[in-house]
Design a protein around this ligand. Structure first.
Ligand SMILES: [Fe+2]
Length: 281
Protein backbone atom coordinates (compact mmCIF):
# COMPACT_ATOMS: atom_id res chain seq x y z
CA UNK A 1 0.00 0.00 0.00
CA UNK A 2 1.48 3.31 -1.07
CA UNK A 3 0.66 6.31 1.07
CA UNK A 4 1.12 9.25 -1.27
CA UNK A 5 -0.59 12.01 0.65
CA UNK A 6 0.76 11.60 4.19
CA UNK A 7 4.15 11.02 5.84
CA UNK A 8 4.09 7.44 7.07
CA UNK A 9 6.56 6.28 9.72
CA UNK A 10 5.95 2.77 11.09
CA UNK A 11 6.53 2.47 14.86
CA UNK A 12 7.21 -1.28 14.94
CA UNK A 13 7.36 -3.76 12.06
CA UNK A 14 3.89 -5.14 12.83
CA UNK A 15 1.74 -2.34 14.24
CA UNK A 16 1.50 1.41 14.77
CA UNK A 17 2.39 4.34 12.54
CA UNK A 18 3.20 7.99 13.12
CA UNK A 19 1.50 10.10 10.48
CA UNK A 20 3.06 13.44 9.59
CA UNK A 21 2.59 16.09 6.95
CA UNK A 22 -1.04 16.69 7.90
CA UNK A 23 -2.99 19.35 9.78
CA UNK A 24 -6.09 17.78 11.31
CA UNK A 25 -7.84 21.15 11.05
CA UNK A 26 -7.70 20.92 7.31
CA UNK A 27 -7.45 17.51 5.65
CA UNK A 28 -7.76 16.87 1.93
CA UNK A 29 -9.94 13.97 0.80
CA UNK A 30 -6.81 12.13 -0.36
CA UNK A 31 -5.16 12.55 3.06
CA UNK A 32 -8.33 11.41 4.82
CA UNK A 33 -8.42 8.31 2.64
CA UNK A 34 -4.76 7.48 3.43
CA UNK A 35 -5.40 7.98 7.15
CA UNK A 36 -8.37 5.60 7.14
CA UNK A 37 -6.34 2.96 5.33
CA UNK A 38 -3.41 3.45 7.72
CA UNK A 39 -5.68 2.64 10.66
CA UNK A 40 -6.83 -0.60 9.01
CA UNK A 41 -3.24 -1.56 8.22
CA UNK A 42 -1.51 -0.51 11.45
CA UNK A 43 -4.26 -0.61 14.18
CA UNK A 44 -2.76 2.38 16.01
CA UNK A 45 -2.15 5.74 14.31
CA UNK A 46 -0.37 8.64 16.01
CA UNK A 47 -0.37 12.33 15.16
CA UNK A 48 1.98 14.80 16.83
CA UNK A 49 1.66 18.54 17.46
CA UNK A 50 -1.99 18.84 16.46
CA UNK A 51 -3.74 21.95 17.76
CA UNK A 52 -7.47 21.40 17.24
CA UNK A 53 -10.59 22.43 19.16
CA UNK A 54 -12.73 19.80 20.93
CA UNK A 55 -15.42 20.42 18.32
CA UNK A 56 -13.01 19.83 15.45
CA UNK A 57 -11.70 16.74 17.25
CA UNK A 58 -15.19 15.21 17.22
CA UNK A 59 -15.62 16.22 13.58
CA UNK A 60 -12.28 14.65 12.59
CA UNK A 61 -13.32 11.41 14.27
CA UNK A 62 -16.36 11.09 11.99
CA UNK A 63 -13.82 9.78 9.46
CA UNK A 64 -13.92 6.51 11.39
CA UNK A 65 -17.61 6.24 12.28
CA UNK A 66 -20.13 7.97 14.49
CA UNK A 67 -18.74 9.52 17.69
CA UNK A 68 -21.05 8.59 20.55
CA UNK A 69 -22.09 10.64 23.55
CA UNK A 70 -19.31 9.98 26.00
CA UNK A 71 -19.76 8.00 29.18
CA UNK A 72 -16.79 9.89 30.61
CA UNK A 73 -18.44 13.16 31.60
CA UNK A 74 -17.69 16.01 29.19
CA UNK A 75 -16.07 19.06 30.79
CA UNK A 76 -15.06 22.60 29.88
CA UNK A 77 -18.11 23.08 27.61
CA UNK A 78 -16.82 20.36 25.28
CA UNK A 79 -19.33 18.72 22.94
CA UNK A 80 -21.12 15.74 24.54
CA UNK A 81 -19.18 13.30 22.35
CA UNK A 82 -15.82 14.51 23.68
CA UNK A 83 -15.06 13.03 27.09
CA UNK A 84 -12.08 13.45 29.37
CA UNK A 85 -9.78 11.14 31.29
CA UNK A 86 -8.41 13.34 34.02
CA UNK A 87 -6.15 12.17 36.82
CA UNK A 88 -5.83 15.12 39.19
CA UNK A 89 -2.67 16.07 41.09
CA UNK A 90 -2.16 13.67 44.02
CA UNK A 91 -4.66 11.20 42.56
CA UNK A 92 -3.39 7.68 41.87
CA UNK A 93 -4.32 6.23 38.48
CA UNK A 94 -5.58 2.76 39.29
CA UNK A 95 -6.03 1.40 35.78
CA UNK A 96 -2.69 -0.21 34.98
CA UNK A 97 -3.35 -3.49 33.25
CA UNK A 98 -3.78 -4.76 29.70
CA UNK A 99 -7.40 -4.42 28.64
CA UNK A 100 -9.88 -3.49 25.95
CA UNK A 101 -12.69 -1.04 26.68
CA UNK A 102 -16.29 -2.26 26.51
CA UNK A 103 -15.86 -5.96 25.65
CA UNK A 104 -18.64 -6.55 28.19
CA UNK A 105 -21.05 -4.81 25.80
CA UNK A 106 -22.74 -6.62 22.89
CA UNK A 107 -21.25 -4.00 20.56
CA UNK A 108 -17.86 -2.75 21.83
CA UNK A 109 -16.55 0.53 20.46
CA UNK A 110 -14.46 -0.45 17.41
CA UNK A 111 -12.31 2.67 17.50
CA UNK A 112 -11.22 4.96 20.28
CA UNK A 113 -9.12 8.08 20.36
CA UNK A 114 -7.19 10.03 22.97
CA UNK A 115 -5.79 13.55 22.64
CA UNK A 116 -3.21 14.63 25.22
CA UNK A 117 -3.66 17.99 26.92
CA UNK A 118 -1.90 17.86 30.32
CA UNK A 119 0.93 15.39 30.91
CA UNK A 120 3.46 14.54 33.57
CA UNK A 121 7.01 15.71 32.85
CA UNK A 122 7.69 12.09 31.92
CA UNK A 123 5.79 8.82 32.37
CA UNK A 124 2.10 8.15 31.85
CA UNK A 125 2.87 6.35 28.58
CA UNK A 126 0.30 4.06 26.96
CA UNK A 127 1.08 0.66 25.47
CA UNK A 128 -1.04 -0.79 22.68
CA UNK A 129 -1.01 -4.41 21.49
CA UNK A 130 -2.45 -5.62 18.18
CA UNK A 131 -4.76 -8.61 18.53
CA UNK A 132 -4.25 -9.35 14.82
CA UNK A 133 -0.48 -9.62 15.37
CA UNK A 134 -1.18 -11.71 18.49
CA UNK A 135 -3.35 -14.15 16.52
CA UNK A 136 -0.72 -14.47 13.80
CA UNK A 137 1.86 -15.26 16.50
CA UNK A 138 -0.03 -18.29 17.83
CA UNK A 139 1.05 -21.82 16.96
CA UNK A 140 -1.07 -23.67 14.40
CA UNK A 141 -2.06 -26.09 17.14
CA UNK A 142 -3.45 -23.31 19.32
CA UNK A 143 -5.16 -21.65 16.36
CA UNK A 144 -6.94 -24.89 15.56
CA UNK A 145 -7.95 -25.31 19.19
CA UNK A 146 -9.53 -21.87 19.55
CA UNK A 147 -10.87 -20.99 16.10
CA UNK A 148 -14.49 -21.92 16.85
CA UNK A 149 -14.69 -21.10 20.56
CA UNK A 150 -16.92 -18.47 22.15
CA UNK A 151 -16.32 -16.63 25.40
CA UNK A 152 -18.56 -14.91 27.91
CA UNK A 153 -17.67 -11.34 28.89
CA UNK A 154 -19.09 -9.43 31.85
CA UNK A 155 -18.18 -6.15 33.53
CA UNK A 156 -16.14 -5.74 36.73
CA UNK A 157 -15.91 -2.35 38.48
CA UNK A 158 -12.88 -0.20 37.63
CA UNK A 159 -11.79 3.30 38.59
CA UNK A 160 -13.57 4.70 35.53
CA UNK A 161 -16.80 2.71 35.88
CA UNK A 162 -17.70 4.71 38.99
CA UNK A 163 -17.45 7.88 36.94
CA UNK A 164 -19.11 6.52 33.84
CA UNK A 165 -22.23 4.89 35.17
CA UNK A 166 -25.02 5.57 37.62
CA UNK A 167 -25.69 2.81 40.15
CA UNK A 168 -28.69 1.68 38.12
CA UNK A 169 -26.73 1.59 34.83
CA UNK A 170 -23.97 -0.35 36.51
CA UNK A 171 -26.41 -2.85 38.04
CA UNK A 172 -27.85 -3.54 34.57
CA UNK A 173 -24.38 -4.04 33.09
CA UNK A 174 -23.27 -6.24 35.97
CA UNK A 175 -26.23 -8.53 35.35
CA UNK A 176 -25.52 -8.87 31.62
CA UNK A 177 -23.38 -11.62 30.17
CA UNK A 178 -22.22 -11.03 26.61
CA UNK A 179 -21.03 -13.66 24.16
CA UNK A 180 -18.20 -13.00 21.67
CA UNK A 181 -16.08 -15.27 19.46
CA UNK A 182 -12.58 -15.95 20.81
CA UNK A 183 -11.27 -15.48 17.28
CA UNK A 184 -12.75 -12.55 15.42
CA UNK A 185 -12.68 -11.74 11.74
CA UNK A 186 -11.90 -8.28 10.38
CA UNK A 187 -13.71 -7.82 7.05
CA UNK A 188 -11.70 -4.65 6.34
CA UNK A 189 -8.51 -6.65 5.77
CA UNK A 190 -9.52 -10.31 5.94
CA UNK A 191 -7.37 -10.93 9.05
CA UNK A 192 -8.27 -12.89 12.15
CA UNK A 193 -7.73 -11.45 15.61
CA UNK A 194 -7.53 -12.92 19.09
CA UNK A 195 -10.49 -11.45 20.93
CA UNK A 196 -9.49 -11.84 24.57
CA UNK A 197 -9.50 -9.36 27.41
CA UNK A 198 -8.40 -9.27 31.03
CA UNK A 199 -10.02 -12.00 33.19
CA UNK A 200 -12.17 -9.44 35.03
CA UNK A 201 -14.02 -8.87 31.74
CA UNK A 202 -13.39 -12.06 29.72
CA UNK A 203 -14.82 -14.61 32.16
CA UNK A 204 -14.97 -18.08 30.65
CA UNK A 205 -15.14 -20.13 27.47
CA UNK A 206 -18.53 -21.53 26.64
CA UNK A 207 -18.92 -25.26 27.05
CA UNK A 208 -15.50 -25.78 28.60
CA UNK A 209 -14.73 -27.09 32.05
CA UNK A 210 -13.95 -24.15 34.41
CA UNK A 211 -10.31 -24.93 35.18
CA UNK A 212 -9.52 -25.66 31.53
CA UNK A 213 -11.22 -22.43 30.45
CA UNK A 214 -9.30 -20.40 33.04
CA UNK A 215 -5.99 -21.94 31.98
CA UNK A 216 -6.62 -21.35 28.27
CA UNK A 217 -7.82 -17.75 28.67
CA UNK A 218 -4.90 -17.03 31.00
CA UNK A 219 -2.46 -18.41 28.43
CA UNK A 220 -4.01 -16.35 25.61
CA UNK A 221 -4.09 -13.16 27.72
CA UNK A 222 -0.40 -13.60 28.57
CA UNK A 223 0.40 -14.34 24.92
CA UNK A 224 -1.04 -10.99 23.80
CA UNK A 225 1.33 -9.24 26.20
CA UNK A 226 4.47 -10.39 24.39
CA UNK A 227 6.38 -7.27 23.34
CA UNK A 228 6.47 -8.34 19.68
CA UNK A 229 2.79 -7.46 19.38
CA UNK A 230 2.87 -4.06 21.06
CA UNK A 231 4.24 -0.55 20.97
CA UNK A 232 4.78 2.01 23.72
CA UNK A 233 3.47 5.49 23.00
CA UNK A 234 5.34 8.32 24.72
CA UNK A 235 2.88 11.19 24.75
CA UNK A 236 3.64 14.83 24.15
CA UNK A 237 1.10 17.63 24.59
CA UNK A 238 -1.13 17.71 21.50
CA UNK A 239 -0.37 14.10 20.55
CA UNK A 240 -3.53 12.48 19.20
CA UNK A 241 -3.92 8.72 18.79
CA UNK A 242 -6.68 6.69 17.15
CA UNK A 243 -6.71 2.93 17.67
CA UNK A 244 -8.91 -0.02 16.78
CA UNK A 245 -10.16 -0.79 20.26
CA UNK A 246 -11.75 -4.11 19.33
CA UNK A 247 -8.53 -5.25 17.61
CA UNK A 248 -6.16 -4.11 20.37
CA UNK A 249 -5.46 -4.19 24.08
CA UNK A 250 -4.01 -1.14 25.78
CA UNK A 251 -2.15 -0.52 29.02
CA UNK A 252 -2.05 2.94 30.60
CA UNK A 253 1.14 3.10 32.68
CA UNK A 254 0.45 4.43 36.18
CA UNK A 255 3.95 5.60 37.07
CA UNK A 256 3.51 9.36 37.44
CA UNK A 257 1.95 9.98 40.86
CA UNK A 258 1.49 12.74 42.10
CA UNK A 259 1.48 14.51 38.71
CA UNK A 260 -1.60 15.48 36.72
CA UNK A 261 -2.63 13.87 33.41
CA UNK A 262 -5.54 14.94 31.24
CA UNK A 263 -6.56 13.56 27.87
CA UNK A 264 -9.66 14.13 25.78
CA UNK A 265 -11.37 11.03 24.42
CA UNK A 266 -13.74 10.18 21.58
CA UNK A 267 -15.38 6.77 21.17
CA UNK A 268 -16.94 5.50 17.97
CA UNK A 269 -20.35 3.81 17.99
CA UNK A 270 -20.18 0.13 18.90
CA UNK A 271 -20.21 -2.78 16.47
CA UNK A 272 -20.67 -6.51 16.95
CA UNK A 273 -17.56 -8.70 16.79
CA UNK A 274 -17.65 -10.82 13.65
CA UNK A 275 -16.83 -14.48 13.95
CA UNK A 276 -14.67 -16.14 11.32
CA UNK A 277 -16.93 -17.06 8.35
CA UNK A 278 -18.28 -20.62 8.58
CA UNK A 279 -17.72 -20.86 12.32
CA UNK A 280 -20.84 -22.21 13.97
CA UNK A 281 -22.49 -19.67 16.24
FE1 LIG B 1 -9.12 1.70 28.64
Amino acid sequence: MAYEHIEYRPITPNQGVEIGGVDLNNLSDAQASDIKQALVDRKIIVFRDQDISPGRYAEFMTLFGEPVVEDLAPVDDNPPNVGVIHIHPNEQQKINFWHMDHSFRPTPSPKLSLYAKILPECGGDTLFASLESAYDGLSDKTKNRIDDLWAIHKVTPTQNSKRRYTKEQYATLAATEVRHPVVGYNPANGRKFLFVNMPQYCRYIEGMEASESEALLGKLYRHVQRPEFSLRLVWRPNTLVVWENSHCLHYPVADYFPAERKLLRVAIKGEAIEAVPDVAA
